[in-house]
Design a protein around this ligand. Structure first.
Ligand code: DNO
Length: 390
């Protein structure tokens, strides 16, 4: 028997313009979804979980991965109601397990989730991609958001580059970069306001990398035993982009950082969502050796590639293009699955907006056709890899 990826896509729920049947037609057997309507920190009830599960099953799809069960800012900072939020998190893990949903993705990025300066960057083939442009980001930080103290995080050269870039930006470009950087959390249509972000940043002033790491480890010590007891696995998503932004610490970006919290709570239930698109932005993250090293702790896979340039910008490439050696990554993951005798859930992470989707409004990165193309290509690579193993 061959072990292969359980193919899936993310579905944002009943408001997602992409229909569940479309995921099925793309070849998915599984769905990755979350109860975005429940406020962060509250318990996911069995009733709400079952409602979502019934929707997935009506399209012949199995809800096998939660992305995400979000971790509150109170938990990340250890302030306010964090103990209650942790108790609620434990309860949600139990409820999900009672319904048969056993893989839970989350992240530990302060305040914002993933961040791009451009969510509709035109590629040479006229499809649209997500892009991070370093100078645009610096212009946002220094001149649009005007984060107090931001200038301390940049060199003289960078400050001059950011100023020149900002001065050259037409008003509509300024607005666009501003709103792209302030996009709300995944699944939400409500953007952050600059005032909210500035106030939240203020609350992280005394939290450095070491402190945030301690908070993650404390959180894991509380929730991992609960996950283990009910046969579930936690899968932390790496930071995206994988380096500090806005003066906030990052603790899930490098191989050494992953090793630290995995070793600190050494249970198989304390695992990773191995996202090649996020980790692959750093040239010092060697993806195949990381897969081999963390083989037993990978519970969910996001496959995506990016192209970096010498200036520190990156754009999301086609799934088989860019800096990630996708064939090598899939070979390594396939070997892990055969060794561990598991089918790992996998989703093509993001896709270009293309064809008919260019006229639709979808969640950035989550239009249907680009992901369908990505999944088809990835599935083809996996089939070839499995054939070669014969
Ligand atoms: C971006 C996603 C992330 C991811 C969360 C997991 O498209 O990969 O938003 O879902 O960081 O908690």
């Amino acid at each position: 028997m061959k072990y292969r990826f359980e193919q899936s896509m993310r579905w944002y729920g009943p408001n997602d313009p992409v229909d569940l049947w479309h995921l099925r037609q793309a070849g998915c057997t599984g769905v990755v979804t979350a109860l975005h309507h429940i406020p962060v920190g509250e318990v996911w009830t069995i009733e709400e979980i079952k409602k979502r599960q019934t929707m997935c099953e009506a399209a012949g799809l199995h809800w096998h991965v939660v992305e995400s069960l979000p971790v509150s800012e109170d938990i990340k900072r250890q302030t306010g109601n964090y103990l209650e939020h942790i108790a609620n998190y434990q309860q949600s893990i139990r409820h999900l397990a009672a319904c048969g949903v056993h893989v839970i993705t989350y992240n530990f990025m302060p305040i914002l989730d993933w961040l791009r300066t451009d969510v509709a960057y035109e590629m040479p083939d006229r499809s649209r991609a997500l892009r991070f442009e370093r100078k645009a980001f610096m212009a946002f930080d220094l001149h649009l958001l005007q984060r107090p103290g931001a200038e301390r995080d940049y060199s003289e050269t960078e400050l001059a580059e950011a100023r020149a870039y900002y001065d050259s930006m037409p008003a509509d470009k300024r607005e666009q970069v501003f709103s792209n950087c302030l996009l709300g959390l995944p699944g939400s249509d409500v953007p952050f306001t600059p005032a909210e972000v500035l106030a939240a940043l203020q609350q992280y002033q005394h939290i450095d990398e070491q402190r945030l790491q301690q908070h993650l480890i404390y959180f894991l010590q509380q929730v991992v035993p609960v996950a283990e007891a009910v046969g579930s696995r936690l899968a932390i998503h790496p930071d995206d982009p994988p380096y500090p932004l806005l003066g906030l610490p990052r603790i899930v970006s490098t191989e050494a950082q992953l090793a630290t919290f995995l070793n600190a709570v050494p249970s198989p239930a304390n695992g990773l969502c191995f996202c090649t698109g996020s980790l692959g932005v750093r040239p010092d993250n060697a993806l195949v050796p990381m897969i081999e090293r963390f083989a037993d702790r990978i519970h969910f896979v996001h496959l995506r590639s990016t192209s970096r340039d010498a200036e520190g910008n990156f754009v999301e490439a086609d799934h088989l293009d860019g800096d990630v050696d996708m064939v090598a990554v899939i070979s390594a993951l396939s070997a892990v699955m055969q060794q561990r005798r598991v089918h790992l859930p996998m989703r093509p992470d993001h896709g270009h907006q293309m064809l008919d989707d260019l006229h639709k409004t979808t969640y950035p990165g989550y239009s249907a056709i680009g992901r369908l193309r990505g999944l088809a290509e990835l599935r083809g690579v996996e089939a070839a890899v499995l054939h070669q193993q014969d």
